[in-house]
Design a protein around this ligand. Sequence first.
Ligand code: ADP
Ligand code: ZN
Length: 620
Amino acid sequence: MTPTATAPLAILHEVFGYAAFRDAQADIVDHVVAGGDALVLMPTGGGKSLCYQVPAIARHRAGRGVAVVVSPLIALMHDQVGALEEAGVHAAFLNSTLTLDDAQRIEREMMGGRLVLLYAAPERVTTPRFLAQLDSLHERGLLSLFAIDEAHCVSQWGHDFREDYLALNVLHERYADVPRIALTATADDLTRADIIERLQLQDARVFISSFDRPNIRYAIVEKDNARAQLLRFIHDEHEGEAGIVYCQSRKKVEETADWLKSEGVAALPYHAGLDADLRRRHQDRFLREDGIVMVATIAFGMGIDKPDVRFVAHLDLPKNIESYYQETGRAGRDGQPADAWMAYGLADVVNQRRMIDESPAGEEFKRGQRGKLDALLALAEAHDCRRVRLLDYFGEPSQPCGNCDNCLNPPATWDATESARKALSCIYRFHQNGGQRFGAGHLIDVLRGKATDKVAQFHHERLSTFGIGADVSEVQWRAVLRQLIALGHLRTEGEYNTLELTASAREVLRGDVAMLLRQASDAPKRKKAARVERSKDKAPPVKLDDDGLERFAALKAWRAEVAREHNLPAYVVFHDATLAEMARSQPESLDALAAISGVGTKKLEAYGREILRVLEAGPT
Ligand code: ADP
Ligand code: ZN
């Protein structure tokens, strides 16, 4: 293999040490190497980076100079570039964290056309100074490619809109002959059309991969005691593993992190209100240490490419399915089993609805947001396959997956049509009876015929609806109300979330709306068998005997040292899967080592002998 191969497949072998392109990667790479524009929609973990890195290397080796990668988060550029340099690709980033000296050195590398890839944030790329530098490269034929990562940031429909992305259309206007590849993991039809229009990608070929992430197991549980449920989930399924817990507010992030810590979980908080320095330290620890649980608002996660995040948990309802999919997609990028777990309840529905109602946005925008929330609520309340619904939302037909909570433990359902009528007529009686409004708690007390102080105060024991729902449990009543709010037959008002009928409540009262609800199970524990199966998942990606496990551990210890020396996350040096394969096959020569997936030429040169030595030393 010549180190200057220009064929994409040869580059894949030589630089990345991988045997073959995945799915659409080969077509995308060929298209871009040949100078075409591309819009790539691929789920997280699908392998988007190679789609621009391989063309950048190929075009650089063909004398076409520097590829500019537009990436929204400067905090992550260091590791992205570190991973490329580890693989022997000359790459750099320009951002505000550099010293003047370093920035000048990198600019010289760039202007000399020696860099293969240069990472920069959109606000830098579109400055007059940087554009002047690009002009100069372009005039000399040394501007090889633009890659626009996280391209959905250009769309207001997306969930991470960034003003700075809008200015990126200048790249097309100024350098029409330079190929551009835009990549994203989220884009419904609306967002997709928006990206094409705003980035002027009308002539780009669109590559859409399947959005399925088969290794992620989806589960949505009813909130009972969310903290306890979360802790049980972590203890039972992910002891000592890395994960992300999403909460809506900063306060809740801090409280949850503190509490998890007090329960012995290695948890760290992350939200936009924390000091930037602390935020960076926490992110670094999450990336570099094993088994950290990051408790975060959605400020955390975009661009995080840690491959071994074993679970993503939601303690609050995300805004819509796009956000849910994006956030849960951060689990299991390495293709190994991972969990997407969410606890949700009545208060979530109420909060999300209210946030939309009270937002200053226009009516049309709000209507769009409500529609998206409804789709998410339908997913949460579903009693059939979660994955089928998720994929359907992204326009992809599929069959029940066998790897979500509903497929694994099909929930019982119950006919709640009559109960829904009772709830609404009880609220109607409140109105008649002095025009007072009440919240869900009191309503349920009245329906269940509980003699509370409040019932006595308002003489609600005299209502004809008092006690008519004693046969339905409180949990079930909450599910009924949640469903009624989700469907828009009820809404909540004011500080106390009092309940009020909407115009469409009449249809329910008439019995025109059938409601089939999932039966809330009182013991939401997983079956024992499932747990045993999961604990096997924690083993390395290939089967190892006891000696193999020791070799694996020795290799990991060696890797940790290298990673520390290079100030990079361990997975940048080698993935777990690569180390496990080394431990299993025990290569005895550099050639045999080179055949293992993930071992490219540069890493072989840099580490090959040491690895052979670690393997030879055997279990200690
Ligand atoms: P994305 O950016 O789409 O989320 P990445 O580019 O981070 O995904 O790729 C996910 C993981 O898959 C990475 O660890 C990457 O090294 C690996 N990967 C990508 N393409 C291939 C391939 N053709 N063969 C083997 N591994 C691959
Ligand atoms: Zn399923």
